[in-house]
Write a protein that binds this ligand. Structure first.
Ligand code: AMP
Length: 289
């Protein structure tokens, strides 16, 4: 297995990507914050299948964390990530430091309105400015033909698609299904913060999403009823849980759907909870006739 090339500098990465493009190679890009797990690997595998060259970025972007969030303690393990990437025959890891990404006088940010102030954006104001800005920068650095994101972060997917459409960014966005533990808990780098008991209890999050989906598909009309049944199930199973939001929305503008009988199209049920100190998000997406 050939060693992966680890690139730390923006200009070096840009030169390599430009050369690859000129050589007719199709570049697939997987942006991550590292501490890779099988969710990330599913994105990498898809990128590998669909492209000649795969670039994975590993960068814990400070600007998408709010004050008091877990930027400093976010799990990091470059050596393990490197080995996982090597097993997947990744070609390049882009691994910059903060000074490479944000030069001294950085003052340009990407602000997407409307959808970024709902759900995650309401709890984490400014989060999506950090996300959209860093993703656009990473696109300009790695120059991919296609970029791969996980449905696990449903709102992020919607925001990135908006960014690409609104600013005519020439990158195809591919969304990959959420990878879960056997018990249903969505894989996340932050799951490492959970005790075994919390991990076991948190499987109820996916069960509650499935409950919401089945109530909707059975024809329940009032969203409030669905939200309260889901909320009760979660509270019964995770002692002391704080439910930050549970929402039933469309999957484009993230508008609440209040009367389900009048609605046809994609339904996104998403939620965020805090158990002890760990924040978990998850969602389920399905079509309703
Ligand atoms: P992160 O390192 O958490 O920023 O995630 C990097 C990418 O991996 C994002 O596009 C995530 O949505 C995606 N991802 C994270 N967890 C999962 C998962 N369990 N299943 C699928 N994709 C995931």
């Amino acid at each position: 297995m050939p060693d992966i090339k680890v690139i730390n500098e923006v200009e070096a990465m840009q030169e390599i990507s430009e050369f690859l493009r000129l050589s007719g190679k199709k570049i697939g890009f997987v942006p991550t914050m590292g501490y890779l797990h099988s969710g990330h690997l599913s994105l990498i595998k898809k990128a590998k299948e669909e492209n000649d060259i795969v670039i994975v970025s590993i960068y814990v972007n400070p600007t998408q964390f709010l004050k008091g969030e877990d930027f400093e303690t976010y799990p990091r393990n470059f050596e393990a990530d490197y080995e996982l990437c090597k097993n997947e025959s990744v070609d390049y890891i882009f691994y910059p430091d903060n000074l490479q990404m944000y030069k001294r006088n950085h003052m340009t940010n990407v602000m997407i309105s409307n959808i970024t102030t709902k759900l995650e954006g309401e709890i984490r104001p400014g989060h999506f400015i950090g996300v959209a800005t860093v993703v656009l920068k990473l696109f300009n650095i790695t120059k991919p033909h296609s970029a791969y994101f996980g449905q696990k972060d449903a709102q992020q997917c919607i925001v990135i698609k908006r960014l690409v459409e609104d600013l005519n960014v020439d990158v195809k966005i591919e969304i990959c299904e959420t990878v879960r533990e056997e018990n249903g808990l969505a894989k996340s780098s932050r799951n490492v913060y959970l005790s075994d008991e919390e991990k076991e209890n948190s499987k109820v999050l996916f069960r509650s999403l499935e409950l919401g989906k089945s109530l909707i598909l059975e024809g329940v009309n009032e969203t409030d009823k669905i939200l309260s049944e889901m909320g009760n199930l979660i509270k019964q199973n995770i002692p002391g849980v704080e439910i930050q939001y549970i929402a039933v929305t469309d999957n484009e503008l993230l508008n609440n759907i209040n009367e389900l009988n009048n609605y046809t199209g994609n339904v996104l049920i998403s939620l965020a909870v805090k158990t002890n100190k760990t924040r978990l998000i998850d969602n389920i997406l399905f079509y309703k006739n």
